[in-house]
Design a protein around this ligand. Sequence first.
Ligand SMILES: [Zn+2]
Length: 236
Amino acid sequence: MINQDSFNKVIRIGRSPENDCCLLKEDDKQLVSRQHSVIYINGKDVSIEDLNSANGTYVNGFRIEKKVLHPKDTVRIANKYALNMKNIFGCIPGFNTDECDDYSLEFETLRNVWDRYETQKAKIIKKSQNKQQWGKTCLVSIPILGFIVIARIFKWNEWYFPFYIGLNTLLTSVAFFLIRDKKKSEQLKKLEIDFRKIYRCPRCGYQLRENWDLHHDQHNCPSCKAIWMKPVEPEF
Ligand SMILES: [Zn+2]
C-alpha cells in the first residue's frame, strides 16, 4: 500500500527543454520564461510558485507568487497556457480525479441566479403593465372627466373652451408617456446583461441559455464536460 503522506513530486514548468513541462510555442515563445514556475506535490498538498517569470503565473485570474492549489483552480502560465489540473492531481496516489470535474456544488448556486432573474423580469413586466393600464384608463376618461368638471363645477361658458382643450392635451400627453414606458426596455436590457455575465458554466464560462432545470438534466457541460449534476447513487 502506498503511503499518501510520503508522496513528493516537483513539476518544473518553463520554456527550457529540461523542464518537466516544456511550454515552447514558436509563435509566442517570449511569453513563457525559461524557468517559469514550479509545482510542489507534498502528500496531498499541491502548491505552485512563480519563479520571477516575466509574464507571471495566474491562479483563477490573479497573478500569484506562491499559492496552494485546489483541483478546481484554473492555472494559466503567462495568463495564456492553462494547466490540466486533472493531470497534476492525478499524480497523487489514491486521488480521485473525478473531483477535478465535479462542479455540481458550483452549478447548484446558478439555480438562485436563474430564479432571481425570472422573478425580477416578471416584476418589471408587471409594473409596466400596471402603468400601461393606468395610461389607457386616463386616455379614455380624460375628455369625459374634463368636460364634466368644467361644465358642472364652473358652469359651462364658451371662455372655458381653450382651457378645456389645453388641459386635455396636457393630460393626454401624460397618459401617452405612461403607455410608452421606455424605462421597461432599459431595465430589462440591464437585467439581461448582468444575468448573462454570471449564468455560465462555472468551469469554462460556457454561456447557458435555457432554464436551470433543463441544464441540470444535461448532467455535463457540453463544452468542457464538467460535471453539473452528479449521478444519483443507487440505494439498496
Ligand atoms: Zn464548461
